[in-house]
Design a protein around this ligand. Structure first.
Ligand code: NAD
Ligand code: AHE
Ligand code: ZN
Length: 375
């Protein structure tokens, strides 16, 4: 069938809106009509050419919500009419990773997904007979897409698509990093680097977890009010402090009883490897945990003195907030519907597909938290 899509034709070029062809679902697959999709910084990262796994031409987008319109043979867990959120981290519940209970990184289809293909090694998307790559197993920058059954979370039907699409990445990533990865305790001192679509969700997660101190760090002063809106207690713009950032942050966390200082938990939500080092080194000696969420460009590497780790700081990473999508995403939708978490204010722009490139411009200009394309 013909579908409308924003196609990434080459690295660094704006997306092109066009009609492309989509094949129906094969065994174990479902076709979903995408109703809304957020634009995450990771889409920008791949479009820019910085992603070592980036493939072109491709249909990007991985933060969607929609309705199942067709199912292939053997599909049992969802049916036509179900509301779903696509999962770039699937949950097969059978692979060694899922069975380990130690990680959310299901390995059932990771290899074909990384090659921009469905699990059978082919693409469902094409343009004039030539295949187009899928992206992160989702390709939500099209009004219809095909996904493996294990890569959709069935969610309640009264939840609005233009809000819950954000749970497909940003919300779950930020809140999940706090609860699943860091396991932050009540009363913690915390620092969040980068107050964008992910960082603000880390902040609202920290507020929920009962952190005492939530320091937000960003180069953009407009982000101060945004951070405060979700529970940030202090704001630091590294360009304005006139001294080195790490000792400055460590000083902020000192108390008369603890003159060592340092945060219990820090989170990188920038993808900048210099910031990642600062986030680690701003942790408390002996126990501070730093969680890397940001995605760094091809060739970038992190470094620190091993002494930082010898003296008890811990470096961790978090993908999709450590969430098991089919199990956890429906619960996060409930949290939103029950007003335990906020989403609406973070969705700063709603755009038609034709204007999707404006969403990328707004991100570059630091003017949006989340732009959402509504089909
Ligand atoms: P965003 O563009 O909305 O926000 C980034 C923020 O970081 C902005 O406020 C920007 O001003 C700030 N920033 C940039 N450089 C900085 C610096 N040197 N110091 C302090 N602040 C700085 O992006 P986003 O959608 O929030 O994504 C953030 C990062 O998280 C990206 O790298 C993205 O690819 C990654 N990400 C990872 C996962 C995961 O599962 N690990 C999921 C989603 C996004
Ligand atoms: N392809 C990149 C890495 C991209 C990456 O780290 N992706 C995150 C999700 S970002 C969502 O906005 C992730 O979940 N990674 C786990 C995985 O299996 O991809 C690279 O550097 O090659
Ligand atoms: Zn994302």
């Amino acid at each position: 069938m013909d579908v409308r899509a924003a196609v990434a034709t080459a690295a660094g070029k704006p997306l092109e809106i066009m009609t492309v062809q989509l094949e129906g679902p094969k065994a174990g697959e479902v076709m979903v009509e995408i109703k809304a999709t957020g634009i995450c910084h990771t889409d920008e990262f791949t479009l820019s050419g910085a992603d070592p796994e980036g493939l072109f031409p491709a249909i990007l987008g991985h933060e969607g919500a929609g309705v199942v319109v067709d199912v292939g043979p053997g599909v049992t867990s969802v049916k036509k009419g179900d509301h779903v959120i696509p999962l770039y981290t699937p949950e097969c519940r059978q692979c060694p990773s899922c069975l380990s209970r130690k990680t959310n990184l299901c390995t059932a289809i990771r290899s074909t997904q990384g090659q921009g293909l469905m699990p059978d090694g082919t693409s469902r998307f094409s343009l004039n007979g030539k295949p187009l790559h899928h992206y992160m197993g989702c390709s939500t920058f099209a009004n219809f897409t095909v996904l493996p059954e294990i890569a959709v979370a069935k969610v309640r039907e009264d939840a609005p698509f233009d809000k819950i699409c954000y749970i497909g990445c940003g919300v779950t990533t930020g809140i999940g990093a706090v609860f699943n990865t860091a396991k932050v305790e009540i009363g913690s001192k915390t620092i969040v680097f980068g107050l964008g679509g992910i960082g603000l969700n880390v902040i609202q997660g920290l507020r929920l977890a009962g952190a005492d101190m939530i320091i937000g760090v960003d180069l953009n002063n407009d982000r101060k009010a945004w951070g405060e809106r979700f529970g940030m207690t202090h704001f630091v713009n590294p360009k304005e402090i006139g001294k080195d950032l790490v000792p400055y942050l460590v000083d902020m966390t000192k108390t008369p009883a603890d003159q060592i200082g340092g945060a219990d938990y820090t989170f990188d939500c920038t993808g900048n490897v210099t910031v990642m080092r600062q986030a680690l080194e701003a942790c408390h000696r002996g126990w501070g945990v730093s969680v890397i969420i940001g995605v760094a460009p091809a060739g970038a590497e992190i470094s620190t003195r091993p002494f930082q780790l010898v003296t008890g700081r811990v470096w961790k990473g978090s993908a999709f907030g450590g969430a098991r999508g089919r199990t956890d995403v429906p619960k996060i939708v409930d949290w939103y519907m029950d007003k335990k978490i906020e989403i609406d204010p973070m969705i700063t722009h709603l755009l038609p597909l034709e204007d999707i490139n404006k969403g990328f411009d707004l991100m570059h200009e630091g003017k949006s938290i989340r732009s959402v394309v509504v089909y």
